[in-house]
Ligand binder design. Structure first.
Ligand code: HEM
Length: 198
């Protein structure tokens, strides 16, 4: 991988005309792509291991294989902001699409616990739950990677999220409301998806 690859840590919205995706490079080997639906919402998402090679200044070959064996070869031009994607589907059909992209990075970067998550809990809520062993203001507790019978990983954080959404067993939190709004829930989800950053 070439050190000059500009995508690391950034998020891009790519318009291939027939379909749109969002790409986020967490590192030089990790790409998360998310389908963007007609109405602009985020759809299916997958994180893949990518290979990146510089072709010439600002132009990179980015390749990966998806879980279902779909093989993707991108020629990404960071000067002209264009991508040629070459896709071999699991049934061996082949497609090629030309896309243009824009960086949406700063608004899409993963939230951090200290500035984005902890601040959404009130002192009273933190105290109430501290007595029950749920330490809402404690990064180490909230980001603990250990799983349990319900969640394979990060059980503490995921139980908190389930209570905030009210879609699991037990009463929705905080008791009696006011319940978190969708943007607040989205931020918590993004914090988890982004790797439970401090
Ligand atoms: C947004 C803030 C809150 C979150 C995210 C939250 C989260 C949770 C979670 C994850 C549990 C399950 C704990 C377990 O099973 O071990 C729980 C239980 C509980 N929480 Fe909270 N809580 C919040 C606010 C509050 C507040 C303010 C109170 C008190 C007024 C409270 C009272 C309780 C009680 C009594 C239980 C045990 C009963 C049950 O499981 O439903 N919570 N909460």
């Amino acid at each position: 991988m070439d050190n000059d690859f500009p995508g690391i840590g950034r998020t891009y919205r790519v318009d291939f005309i027939d379909f749109r995706v969002e790409m986020h490079f967490a590192s030089a080997t990790s790409l998360t792509y998310t389908v963007i639906t007609q109405d602009g919402a985020q759809g299916a998402s997958e994180t893949v291991t990518v290979g990146i090679r510089a072709i010439t200044d600002g132009i990179f070959l980015v390749t990966w294989q998806e879980a279902d064996k779909t093989t993707v070869v991108h020629v990404e031009d960071y000067v002209k902001k264009t991508i040629v994607t070459n896709i071999t589907n699991p049934d061996l059909t082949f497609e090629q699409h030309l896309g243009t992209f824009v960086e949406t990075g700063s608004t899409m970067t993963a939230p951090s616990f200290a500035t984005d998550i902890k601040t959404m809990f009130s002192a009273g809520q933190i105290l109430c739950m501290k007595n029950k062993g749920v330490r809402l203001d404690d990064f180490n507790f909230m980001s603990n990677a250990t799983g349990d019978q319900t969640f394979a990983d990060h059980a503490n954080g995921r139980h908190v999220f389930a209570r905030l959404r009210g879609d699991g067993p037990g009463q929705r939190m905080p008791p009696g409301g006011p319940f978190w709004t969708q943007p607040m829930l989205d931020k918590f989800q993004a914090w988890m998806d982004g790797g439970f950053s401090p």
